[in-house]
Design a protein around this ligand. Structure first.
Ligand SMILES: Nc1ncnc2c1ncn2[C@@H]1O[C@H](COP(=O)(O)OP(=O)(O)OP(=O)(O)O)[C@@H](O)[C@H]1O
Ligand SMILES: [Mg+2]
Length: 252
């Protein structure tokens, strides 16, 4: 029997109120004369503090749904409520405001700016938000770089870092605005299994401290870290199950 560790709760913290809700969500793409129905009536509610894995075959609409949840795209019809805001009918400016104050993004390809240092990449969402960079923001970036284990790499540029390190910079960048919801589209898709594990440990720890996470993955091993697993098939929810023993928590 292994000794219990003190910092890992045996069971996940309780879930809060719904924070992200979509109702009757449809998304069509128009290609010339052809209409492609990608999302065909999605109804989902995500609670505060949850850690959700979104799975399903290639082309089932996972990224399309994530882009809508991330306010990077709009549904063709249906409602999207983020906390108490109806996001479905917002203007571009309102959407970008919602994006920068409520949401953090992690992508499969890291999406760091190669010419910028680690510090500058982490600061970027603040710059987009029009926040003035000062000692306070510098201290926040330094703390976040430390949190993801890159406190000694702050002046490095992305190409001087490994894939796992680049993804950790992306996690720090996603956290700089203290977002309510972290959206991750295949965050370990480009990483080997050991590095994927490191990244999942980090996401699990963030969830443990209360961060709501919605993550797309193709891999059962990665989905096993989540508290809820939703499968899409052909633009619809095929299954939606709770994971009684998410990886990263001791079996209760
Ligand atoms: N901008 C677009 N214009 C036209 N069709 C699109 C567009 N984006 C996505 N699609 C189509 O929508 C469907 C769903 O795409 P989506 O990227 O959401 O799938 P996915 O589940 O994320 O797949 P994967 O696992 O391969 O990433 C696909 O058939 C795709 O071809
Ligand atoms: Mg995708």
């Amino acid at each position: 029997m292994s000794a219990p560790t003190l910092d890992v709760p045996a069971t996940p913290p309780p879930l809060g109120a719904p924070i992200v809700e979509v109702v009757d969500l449809f998304k069509d793409y128009y290609m010339g004369d052809v209409t492609v129905n990608v999302l065909k009536g999605i109804n989902l509610s995500f609670q505060e503090g949850d850690f959700v894995a979104l799975m399903g075959p290639s082309g089932s609409g996972k990224s399309t749904l994530m882009n809508i949840l991330g306010c990077l795209d709009r549904p063709t019809s249906g409602q999207y409520y983020l906390k108490d805001k109806d996001v479905s009918h917002m203007t571009d400016d309102q959407l970008s405001e919602v994006r920068s104050s409520y949401l953090g993004f992690i992508f499969q390809a890291y999406n760091l700016l190669p010419q910028y240092t680690v510090t500058e990449n982490i600061e970027l969402p603040l710059v987009y938000q029009g926040v003035r960079l000062d000692e306070r923001t510098a201290a926040r970036c330094e703390a976040l770089a430390g949190l993801v284990g890159l406190g000694d790499r702050m002046d490095h540029r992305p190409l001087q870092l490994s894939g796992g390190q680049q993804q950790r910079v992306a996690i720090a960048r996603a956290l700089v605005n203290d977002p309510q919801v972290l959206l991750a589209d295949e965050p370990t898709g480009n990483l080997d299994s050991r590095t994927s594990d490191e990244i999942m440990h980090m996401l699990s720890e963030l969830n443990r401290t209360g961060k709501t996470i919605i993550m797309v993955t193709h891999e059962n091993d990665i989905a096993a870290w989540a508290r809820r697993v939703i499968r899409l098939r052909d633009g619809r929810v095929e299954s939606d199950e709770r994971n009684a023993h998410p990886h990263g928590y001791r079996a209760g």
